[in-house]
Design a protein around this ligand. Structure first.
Ligand code: OAD
Length: 248
């Protein structure tokens, strides 16, 4: 056996032992979870990362939407079509096979649900690209066809513009998802931190919550991240390779 393989096996063994001592496991995921499904991350060493190609203030803020709503809707519809064509990868499937693991995700896609996670067991901190909602929050929300998303249109209830039901910079997180996530992370014996740069707050603060009450933090990422300093263990590499081996 090569040195590299034996190191990997040792790391895997240690990570498995860590999980075996834990009753409550929570997974906190980010864009890296869906990367192996062909969905671009936001920040990465990869040149395809969205925020190295596009301006978040123009495309993911209320100000950007006010300045050019059609540009914003067209950009989200481009992403929607990519997600429509994507399929859950081995990491989504490994997580979905463990219904005892609570899913807290920053991802707006529905790949965890398509892999088999119950929708009510996935807390989407940054909303759902699968839905439109009224920008003025009159209460109107509607599921959209990701493969054929609607162009810029008005709310049928109040005539304000409709927009993707995602969280933009400067907006609050959905209250229910945030409260549930805080409670689960506070009670976690182990937080799996998967494919996130852990650089966007308040979501990234969940890692400190688990750590501060004595829970373990196990990070899986292709590179060092904002979670590295808090990690009890860090597995470097694609989560589609590590998670099936770790959770089976
Ligand atoms: P980022 O794009 O900031 O980080 C993705 C992380 O995934 C990076 O640390 C990569 O190294 C890692 N990664 C890439 N491929 C991977 C793989 N196959 N396996 C494991 N790790 C991999 O994404 P997030 O942390 O999710 O917000 O970003 C947080 C938020 O910033 C997003 O939800 C989005 C963005 O602006 C909103 O849209 C509100």
């Amino acid at each position: 056996m090569s040195q590299a393989i034996s190191d990997r096996e040792t790391a895997l063994q240690h990570a498995r032992e860590l999980l075996q001592t834990c009753d409550k496991i929570v997974c906190f995921s980010g864009a890296g979870l869906s990367a192996e499904s062909g969905i671009s991350t936001f920040r990465d060493s990869d040149e395809n990362a969205l925020w190295s190609r596009y301006d978040p203030t123009q495309l993911a803020s209320p100000e950007g939407f006010a300045a050019d709503p059609k540009l914003v809707i067209d950009w989200y519809n481009w992403r929607r079509r990519i997600i429509a064509d994507a399929a859950p990868n081995a990491a989504h499937q490994a997580l979905a096979a463990r219904s005892d693991i609570v899913q807290v995700t920053q991802n707006v896609d529905d790949l965890l649900e398509r892999a088999g996670c119950k929708p009510e067991a996935v807390f989407h901190l940054h909303g759902h690209i699968t839905h439109d909602r009224c920008h003025q929050r009159c209460g109107f929300q509607q599921k959209v066809d990701l493969a054929n998303p609607p162009d810029l249109r008005s709310c049928p209830m109040c005539d304000a513009p409709l927009r993707p039901a995602v969280v933009w910079f400067g907006e609050s997180l959905p209250q229910w998802a945030w409260q549930q996530s805080e409670q689960h992370c506070l009670a976690a014996d182990c937080l799996l931190v998967i494919g996130t740069s852990a650089s966007v707050y308040p979501a990234a603060g969940l890692i400190q919550l688990t750590k501060a009450q004595g829970g373990k933090v196990l990070v899986i990422n292709t590179q060092a991240s904002g979670a590295s300093a808090l990690a009890d263990m860090e597995l470097i590499g694609p989560c589609g390779e590590w998670l099936p081996a770790l959770l089976s």
